[in-house]
Design a protein around this ligand. Sequence first.
Ligand code: BES
Ligand code: MN
Ligand code: ZN
Length: 456
Amino acid sequence: MKIEFGGAGAGMRIRFVSKEQPGVSKAEFSAKPNKTLYLREEKALCVGIGEKFDGQTLRSAAGTAIRALQKIGITRAALDVAPWISHVEAIVEGAVLAAYRFDKFKAANGPAFETLRLLNAPAAAKARARSAAAAAEAANYARDLANQPGNVIWPETLAAEARGLAARKKLGVKIYDEKMLRAGGFGGLLAVGGGSARGPRLIVLEHKGAPRSKEVIALVGKAITFDSGGISLKNPEHMEEMIFDKCGGMAVLGAMAGIADLGLRRNVVGVIASAENLPGPDAYRPGDIVTAYDGKHIEIINTDAEGRVVLADAIGYARKEKKAAAIIDLATLTGAIGVALGDYAAGLWSTSDALRAELLEAAAASGERLWPMPLYQEYSDQIESQVALLKNTGGRLGGSCTAAAFLKTFAGETPWAHLDIAYTASLEKERPDLARGATGFGVRTLIRLVENWKPV
Ligand code: BES
Ligand code: MN
Ligand code: ZN
């Protein structure tokens, strides 16, 4: 979808309507958020924004407008942004995210939305709109990969995609295949990937936006291309949704694409741990003791707690090999985060108050909710093992927090944050402003984090 500026205001108009200033001829329009009213004669689509609106209200309203127009076959529209000038970024993000549809295997209903024309945008707002469009396109790129199933995307094909991205965006790239993983001592990735005929990969992407600085920000992502649970096999109900178990890694890939497009002046390394978790003949088993990249030993209790095992390697690599100044990992890590927060927010854990604050700020500006969660010593006690440094599960209680406590071990003294995006990364059903499937959660927050980075 294209964002354009200016021009005569002919053609279809989008109008945001608040409760105080209806400005709409039809008195019956309630102006409730995301309610729409199509005025055929006036060639206008009204979208309610309620009484107290903020950036997120407008982001969502813009999305609702685009999807409503797309449904009736309208592919171009204009919006006067003068009244909403401080929220131009949110509006553009909402529009670009809403225009995305996954139509690789089934033709979409009607033509794709083509152009949103912003009227009365001053130069500074145009620049902000262009950056916002780039960030949202990066999120759509992540969604398009995440939506593809396990027989289309597996670690090797994902690595090939990352190589192509690196070439297009002029990013550094290194792919560790199984031989290199063995030589490098990546015991976690090799263990989890062992059960699949399609072996694991570690994908490393580098953006050198500040060549004179030694500071490197590491973005780490879990990319399990399909999670069956392995020997600790999952129930069949909803198992097909485990194609979305790569969303943390896709968020990192998308963020790297956006960071490169925007030419952000920071050094950023993206580390994506990719494996397929299947119960094949070489699968890892409960009771196994796995040696992670940094030499720490993990007792496997449940092979379905595989995300933390591959992330142990990736986080250790970011710390030891890349000497990262900060590590931020994203993972569809636990079902328990859905029990705790629903699909309304991702859990956020951090060993650094400064890093946590920066993430909360970037997320708030992006309309992606993060909720701070604790790292009490007791969670670490819960995953103490009799035979190794730690075990990969700690029982039912506090399941998301013991998973975070596990990851913390591998970050060592490096400032670290973890986002559990298990239920925010994908939608079962479409929303007025967003298609079903992968949401691209985290991409825009990560881009904003790097954009506004203050050393931690
Ligand atoms: N990928 C899952 C987490 C998940 C569950 C994501 C539901 C999205 C929706 C993860 O690998 C997993 O299986 N976690 C287990 C951990 C348990 C075995 C300690 C879980 O949450 O049940
Ligand atoms: Mn699992
Ligand atoms: Zn998983």
